[in-house]
Design a binder for this molecule. Structure first.
Ligand code: IPM
Ligand code: MG
Length: 367
């Protein structure tokens, strides 16, 4: 069997710091579980711009297309605010998503018991929460044409276009139904069919796909109501499927249910490759957090859990993924807290590397 390949793109801000901790987990898998990965590293975002004048070099794009999975840290920072839109760090990430055709973005929001008190919502609202947001990632208003800032009769007009084809909706809907089948068989589709034609099509197509999944209970919700329901009683949901922009917003909202944005991993999956595994990119939902970059304050858990998702979805190592997830759970139960998780009830303050070391120790203890 060939060694599975992994391209690491640490990116900007806290990206490199959290990735250093993930490398410890990857090394641990090689040393203690005999699961070696062929790891290579490259630049993305502002770091790539600084080196090459582009947020994603063509060589890096080609490498990303060739590997079994990509693991990305975060992109962006105030230093790059002045750059032309076309070379902003975020464009590097969006190019990866688009050219790898990663249409299905899985953003699980799970509330670890140890953090139930820490959420800004009441404990009984979030304790035991386990939901999955499936966000369409390669179309919609993020990519629709026409787009731009135009001059119209002496006034500037900013234009973006929400555009979805039926097949784009169908493929992401199928991936959400497939996931629902493996979970509690409940799927809620969110759009704004009350004001947007693309929402009407979305609702129609999802309803058609549902015929192939008679066991899944499908419901529809306007996305604004969905945001409200997510904070009112999130446990009513199992899987949520939604478009690119609503998914961006709703997943940040869901992240806070778990206590911190520093906890949420994600998997962006495309069509199966010749080896049967999907094209895949894994990244934490959080951003580059330039305000705390380089201070050892960042929480590496979202990135570590993103690697766990890679083990599950790209490498068919569900048991090892669960091992990493249990290690994180244990570390949190033992009280280790990075700055973002430090609430009034206290805990044992740890740095970014302290958290990574604690997860490695918990992994050792799992053997
Ligand atoms: C996310 C981020 C990105 C997005 C940015 C960095 C382009 O917010 O992954 O949620 O808007 O998709
Ligand atoms: Mg976002």
């Amino acid at each position: 069997m060939t060694t599975p390949s992994l391209l690491i793109l640490p990116g900007d801000g806290i990206g490199p710091e959290v990735m250093t901790e993930v490398r410890k987990i990857i090394d641990w898998m090689g040393a203690k579980r005999g699961l070696a990965f062929d790891v290579s590293e490259d630049l993305v975002g502002g770091a790539a711009y600084d080196a090459h004048g582009t947020p994603l070099h063509d060589d890096t794009m080609a490498k990303a297309q060739a590997v079994d999975a990509v693991l990305l840290g975060a992109v962006g920072g105030p230093k790059y605010d002045v750059l032309d839109f076309s070379v902003k760090p975020e464009r590097g990430l969006l190019r990866l998503r688009k050219e790898m055709d990663l249409f299905s973005n899985l953003r699980p929001a799970q509330c670890f018991d140890a953090l139930a008190d820490f959420s800004s919502l009441k404990k009984d609202v979030v304790a035991g929460l386990d939901i999955m947001i499936v966000r369409e990632l390669t179309s919609g208003v993020y990519f629709g044409e026409p787009r731009g800032v135009f001059d119209e009769g002496g006034e500037r007009v900013g234009v973006n276009t929400q555009r979805y084809t039926a097949s784009e909706i169908e493929r992401v809907a199928r991936s959400a139904f497939d996931l629902a089948m493996k979970r509690d068989k409940k799927l809620c589709s969110m759009e704004k069919a009350n004001v947007m034609e693309s929402g009407i099509l979305w609702r129609d197509v999802v309803t058609e796909v549902a015929r192939d999944y008679p066991e899944v209970a499908l419901s529809h919700m306007y996305a604004d109501n969905g945001a409200m329901q997510l904070v009112r009683w999130p446990k009513q949901f199992d899987v949520i499927v939604t478009d690119n922009l609503f998914g961006d917003i709703l997943s940040d909202c869901a992240a806070m249910l778990t206590g911190s944005l520093g906890m949420l991993p994600s998997a962006s999956l495309g069509a199966p490759m010749t080896n049967g595994c999907p094209k895949a990119l894994y990244e934490p939902v959080h951003g580059s957090a330039p305000d705390i970059a380089g201070e050892g304050k960042a929480n590496p858990i979202a990135c570590i859990l993103s690697f766990a998702m890679a083990l599950r979805y790209s490498f068919d190592l569900g048991a090892e993924a669960a091992r990493v997830e249990r290690a994180v759970e244990k570390v949190l139960a033992d009280g280790a807290r990075t700055a973002d998780l430090m609430g009034p009830e206290g805990g044992v303050p740890v740095s970014t590397s302290g958290m990574g070391d604690a997860v490695v120790a918990a992994l050792d203890a799992s053997l």
